[in-house]
Ligand binder design. Sequence first.
Ligand SMILES: *Cc1c(COP(=O)(O)O)cnc(C)c1O
Length: 496
Amino acid sequence: MMYNSTRDRAVKVTAAEAIARGISEEGGLFVPEQLPSITLRDIEDLVDKNYVERAVFVLSRFLTDFTDAEVEECAASAYTAERFSGEHPAPVHFMKDGTAVLELWHGPTCAFKDMALQILPHFMRVAAKKTADGNEIVILVATSGDTGKAALEGFRDAPHTRILVFYPENGVSPMQKLQMTTQEGANVGVCAIRGNFDDAQTGVKTIFTDPVVKEKLAKAGKQFSSANSINWGRLLPQIVYYISAYCDMLKNGSIKLGDPINVVVPTGNFGNILAAYYAREMGLPIARLVCASNCNNVLTEFLRTGTYDRNRDFHTTVSPSMDILISSNLERLLYHLCGENDTQIADWMKQLKENGKYTVSDEVFAKINDLFAAGWCDDEQTLQEIHDIYEREQYLCDTHTAVAMRVYREYRDSTKDTTPTVVASTANPYKFSASVLSALKPAIDGKDEFAVVDELHALTGCPIPAPLAGLKGKQPRFTGVCDRDTMEQAVFELLG
Ligand SMILES: *Cc1c(COP(=O)(O)O)cnc(C)c1O
């Protein structure tokens, strides 16, 4: 299987090249030329398999230039019981009303990004062997909080790689910041940026596509790649868990083979929900994809009107991993929906860059309407949802998951759509302890992060994940801050 660029269909690369490069030279994103299919028979066969076996089945259909042994080795090294604290890396929790909560946060950094970032370094190692001529791969990451830590943890001390992470100085939770600034490993670097996530992401994209920088790196025997969800190697592992969740719902008896399900995803960069779209296009019986946002609701508006308009205030919310106004992966969806019209995509993306805005054709909008529903909620509603779910179910959700739960409830109430539903649960509640605790009881100002963690634990008995407990008392290693214009300089400084 080959991969094309969304902005130039003539570009044609192998999976290994797509993963090693991260982004296409003209700024487009790599997409599979055609999608492999998954039949009901295949799904039936996967029901009694474990997660690694399910992953190998799905991944090998996309990584046709990897050997079977390579795919198996990647999956088996990534999804171990040790790293994912238990037998099932992505278990489903069933609520009393039957809602299936797909828990994607059992990995080492307690957010769903681990599902992809624990396996990406293994893909990268295999891909580099096939394509990178012995170059050292420099992973450049812009993060709204969770990607940064998950990428650092995935790539730390991985041979022939360096990893540099930029995060918005005031845009991440105290726990997220501490997770990143205390990162261990000889090949890692972390720097704060004065600005928001979109500034960091735009800065990283600019450095990536700058030919002068590229040449400078090549002279030093290095090349860039990306661990953001613009990298195909990030999206691919996410397709697996939607298929796995369907198998677990079959196993649990909540659906029968072939029954459609809906999928609700708390969305930022549009990566996670796009993976569900790919699973659907492969043949997984998904009816509706419900896109949930916080008050940075640019996607809600787009999916409801067909106009993407990022000209609006940026809000810092209690669900910071979704504080995004430019959702990069939407480009891939639009490419597929507009009949792979690369010039059209290049044009919309140019309008987005120049005017912050574009409107899709009626034809594309009609397809969006068939596939997607969208909704958003504010911080107060998010916290209320955490409170209500805890009261009802003694189940503790993080702020991002709560946004999805709230949007789903409103969707179900207003449409009367009772299709069995999977809600993606994207983070462990202790990653956002202060917000979660404030949802359960009033006023907790001025307490240090770990006092809040302890209090939340005392109140709920919900287990504190070991990787978070282990941060207590750790001194930060990385304290640097840069501006968007000085990011390039920071990159070269961190690389020495
Ligand atoms: C990254 C993240 C999201 C958003 O996922 P996208 O793939 O960017 O849409 C949602 N919740 C949490 C906890 C995250 O870390």
